[in-house]
Design a protein around this ligand. Sequence first.
Ligand code: PLP
Length: 396
Amino acid sequence: MSKVIPYGKQDINQEDIDAVVKALKSDYLTQGPRIKEFEEAFAEYVGSNYAVAVSNGTAALHLCVLALGLNEGKKVITTPITFAASANCIRYCGGDVVFVDIDPKTYLIDLEEVEKLLSKHQKGTFSGIIPVDFAGRPVDLNKFRNLAEEYNLWIIEDACHAPGGYFVDSKKQISKCGNGQFADLSIFSFHPVKHIASGEGGMITTNDEKLYNKLLTLRTHGISRTEGNYKNSVEFATGESGLLDYPGWYMEMQELGFNYRLTDIQAALGKSQLSRANEGLKRRREIAAKYFSVFSGKDFIRGQSGIVEGHAYHLYVIEVDNRLGLYNHLREQSILAQIHYIPCHLMPYYREFGWKEGDLPHSENYYRHCISLPMYPGLSDNEVEYVIEQVLKFFE
Ligand SMILES: *Cc1c(COP(=O)(O)O)cnc(C)c1O
């Protein structure tokens, strides 16, 4: 096979292209009707009351921390096995990142370790927690919510890997990632390697109307256009006395926001992609089942993503001993497997804060062995077979 097989890839069809062309020919290129349509369709998909489209997943994280705020202690908890943006948003707001080790079986932040950490500090030391549905495996947010209540924390769910994913809560109900039930805010990314592509793009979902309105303002410079919210007088706004209504042009910048808007062109693509998200998810689960059936019981496999109810399989991870050897072998066969992730706490930037090797042993051990195999809806059965064949060939 000479065709290169990446670890992840977008799937663009003619309907997507038509939707983008239609947006280009319309009156709006940004903040037109397609933004709202995409937001509403996305909120329905994940089961939340509100959704706010933004320019990318990193912007989504930044706005979430701004909207929820940091208290005096300014410490926020997250996992080191994630894309750096999950932690960086805390730094954007001047907070300290406290990384907590993963559970080596799930690869997710370890709830018991979080609890241990919280119990050792005074209440109020930590502002919040950012759990990540790493690889598409949903965090049990019900358990994190209980902890958050006890320690007065907010929760931002980084669900970039898990649109359509779910876990089963303590009442045996299916709880979809981003449904707003347990997290204050959840965020998603529409980078081409994620489930739904819009070029660049992101979404925040919530059930909290106040936070929703705050996010809308922060997304566009901190500007409010809602008459009941204005702080300046009608007299000032009109430049005349004795009038009751604010003039049509009036708006107020009330806090320091950003330009984190999504364009209508991107929203058109995102909404078209969203209509096929369930199909894509089904295909991802088929591929995972195939990998799992071949790799389970093989002695060279130390661990793998496995078959987990509600898993959205952004990634399929296997843990092996000769990881570098396997990586190089697959590259030679045009299979571009990837490593997710180099632990964030050992990035040079975070080492400056005192993080060092040995601090989070499960995460560091995971990093030495992990490799993500190709996983995307457009991966054909033949290609899956070829990847499997090459992995087996390397070890056998
Ligand atoms: C992709 C990703 C982000 C950032 O999203 P962008 O749209 O690339 O800014 C944040 N967190 C996780 C876990 C991601 O995978």
